[in-house]
Design a protein. Sequence first.
Length: 276
Amino acid sequence: MEQSLIKELEDGAWQLRERAIEMIYKAGSGHPGGSLSEAEIISVLYFHHLNLDPSKPDWENRDRFILSKGHSCPTLYAALAIRGFFPIEELNRLRKFGSILQGHPDMQRTPGIDISTGSLGQGLSAGVGMALGACLLGSESRIYVLLGCGELQEGQVWEAAMAASHYCLGNLVAIIDYNRLQIDGTNDMVMKIEPLVKKWEAFGWYVQVIDGHSVPEILISLDKASQHRDCPSVIIAKTIKGRGVSFMENNVEWHGKPLTQEEMKQALAELRERRY
């Protein structure tokens, strides 16, 4: 594995975090915690792994990505802008009236968004439909769905998991941003979701558990998932909510909260120190 690639993707993750903080501050609202915890996952997918063409966002044979935890879209928007799906300047208009960048992904407004999300628990079902459609068409497209850990309390997730296994959807990969926090507290306090490995295995999925902030582990897990063509894959990525900002890390208060100017300055200073 090339060290230059790892360094590039690590740097990309920190850049995504900076962009997300700036966007949420300018918008005066948003969800910083989950936007920061998913940064390495988004960086690896959009800057290396996904088969995409920004000049042809509707290219039929592209890979599909579904941000099921739609509230953490600032990181995704930043990645799309950096890849060239739309001008970087659009990031300054997050959540503004008439903007192409709404508070949750909107496929009718934003180039590069494959499906509108926001209501938790629905993304994996959409992914199953896309994966099944690709199989029927004989397409090589692969489908990736990023879910939040609190989202796994939704029954629809497990109906989709059962269907994916039944149809042997080896072109479907679910990734869980497992930061153990949700809007009302810890997963264990709200509704326990463990044992996750045993649950997914019982549903017939190939399961991997990784450090969700380790670029090498993310790269390896995605490659392994690509090799399992006879069943769907799930990557349980252990992450830290608010990763990179000391006062946000593992702090449920920052699930959905705007930053003051001083908080924004401190957050960016800490992120840039980590990046450089």
